[in-house]
Write a protein that binds this ligand. Structure first.
Ligand code: UD1
Ligand code: CA
Length: 464
């Protein structure tokens, strides 16, 4: 038995009123289509998955090409039935075709597998995955021959419902299994005689029944899983549902999340046990957080890896960086791409790092910019220190050794090398390399004029 999966993703998404193709809108930090492909890839190999693309096809393909799925072009979007007609040649060699919708992203592989089992058990020509959501408004309704029996007589789209059918609570999820031979024996009989003048895949139910084929419905356990996203508001409902589900999964694995409804955690993020996440935190992209960390409120962490026991205080922005065990960051620190903060490093308030390595135990506690810098271990960077890494055209490196003490308000003009255990006097502008164990002072000597204020200050002149 050969099984293919077709994902309908060619539509424009007119109801979104957006320039971006619908299936590339994101929930849980990833495009709708990427979620559907991920579920499909749990069922069959990528080469047996066919994404049907059309509106902005190149953009959609580029966004998911890395998954290895195949693509079918539906150049003109003449409805869901037409989409499957376009896939006919690609899926001809398969016995069974599972159809997924690119805008029904919460579907779980377990549910698909259960539906497929039912499809085979019922020896059906078409099996429709259905659900009974709180509000069925806007969805096609599945009409069963007799209540509670699996047999279906038709799917009726919202606009074609009779007043009596409007009360029908069971919706069509837009997910189907077909015996390919029955499907393609009759798919050309679809007619565009409906409100949108399109070929509806849903009409296959009635068509197959008229041809004495078996059409059945399998009800999903939870309606949330099969909700579609036709408007931005609906999409944000799905986003919230997905995020609360992942937050609950993390909590089940020992993570404490205060006020989980306020945190934004993308679906690929991992967090270790006994880590505490405070309200209004965002953990995005491929972020990985270890055990026993604490992420305080209003921090936004994207594509970063944090080891165990890291403390991120309030209001930090951490992007594409790694932070080692026991480091303390913030409050209000900006850890920019390419930062590698070692074991026990302290990066304090209003400190910005970019492509900066800091060795174990080094500290930059206040008001500092460290860009294109390599700093050894046990080094103290005083308040207000700046690495001058940019001359307006090129970027240069600052190399600071182990056990260095950089006095406050120093500017280190790169390229420059500061040797191990050396001292930089506060307020220095350092333009030449500093050898190991040296003291470097780069500032004007202090001049003190005794009694000066009594006779020379502008205020005295005024009195005279
Ligand atoms: C569809 C179903 C409806 C069901 C609902 C579930 C039809 C006619 N109706 O309605 O019964 O309750 O899904 O969410 O199928 N697409 C193409 N090519 C096209 C048209 C659409 O690939 O020519 C794709 C869209 O990109 C989308 C999916 O098919 O991913 C569904 O299309 P959409 O227009 O959203 O259908 P609904 O009106 O939601
Ligand atoms: Ca839809």
């Amino acid at each position: 038995m050969r099984l293919a999966i077709a994902i309908m993703a060619a539509g424009k998404g007119t109801r979104l009123k957006s320039k971006r193709p619908k299936v590339l809108h994101e929930i849980g930090g990833r495009p709708l289509l990427a979620h559907v492909i991920r579920a499909a890839a749990e069922i069959v190999a990528p080469e047996d998955i066919f994404a049907i693309v059309g509106h902005e096809a190149e953009r959609v393909k580029a966004a998911v090409a890395a998954t290895g799925v195949k693509f079918v072009l539906q150049a003109e979007q003449r409805g869901t039935g037409h989409a499957i007609q376009c896939a006919r040649d690609s899926v001809a060699g398969y016995d069974t075709l599972l159809v997924l919708s690119g805008d029904v992203p919460l579907i779980r592989p377990e549910t698909i597998a259960r539906m497929l089992d039912f499809h085979f058990q019922e020896q059906a020509a078409m099996t429709i995955l259905t659900a009974v959501p709180e509000s069925p408004l806007g969805y096609g309704r599945v009409i069963r021959r007799i209540a509670d029996s699996p047999e279906v007589t038709a799917i009726v789209e919202q606009k074609a419902l009779t007043p009596e059918q409007e009360k029908a609570p069971e919706i069509n999820s837009g997910i189907y299994a077909f015996a390919t031979d029955s499907l393609f024996a009759h798919i050309d009989e679809l007619q565009a005689t409906n409100a949108h003048g399109e070929l509806y895949l849903t009409d296959m139910a009635g068509l197959l029944v008229a041809n004495h084929s078996r059409v059945v419905a399998a009800k999903a356990e939870s309606a949330i899983e099969v909700l579609g996203a036709n408007t931005i508001a609906e999409m944000m409902d799905l986003d919230a549902a997905m995020r609360i589900t992942s937050a609950k999964k993390l909590m089940a694995a020992g993570v404490t999340i205060f006020r989980p409804e306020t945190v934004t955690i993308d679906s690929d993020v991992t967090v270790g046990a006994d880590t505490v996440i405070e309200p209004f935190v965002q953990l995005l992209g491929q972020t990985k957080i270890g055990e026993d960390c604490r992420i305080r409120s209003y921090s936004v962490i994207e594509n970063a890896t944090l080891a165990d026991e890291v403390l991120v205080r309030q209001g930090c922005v951490i992007t594409d960086s790694t932070i080692d065990v026991g480091a303390m960051i913030g409050p209000y620190a900006h850890v920019r791409p390419g930062s590698e903060l070692g074991i026990g490093v302290h990066v304090g308030n209003f400190v910005e790092t970019k492509k900066a390595k800091m060795g174990a135990g080094s500290k930059a506690n206040h008001l500092t910019y460290l860009g294109d810098a390599e700093i050894g271990s046990g080094t103290n960077i005083g308040a207000g220190t700046i690495t001058c890494n940019y001359d307006g055209v090129d970027k240069f490196k600052t190399l600071i050794g182990d056990g260095v003490f950089v006095g406050s308000d120093s500017t280190l003009v790169a390229p420059i090398r500061i040797g191990d255990r050396s001292f930089i006097g506060a307020g220095s502008c350092i333009t030449e390399d500093v050898p190991e164990d040296a003291l470097a002072i780069g500032r004007g000597r202090q001049v003190t004029k005794p009694e000066w204020a009594k006779t020379k200050s502008p205020l005295c002149k005024k009195k005279l």
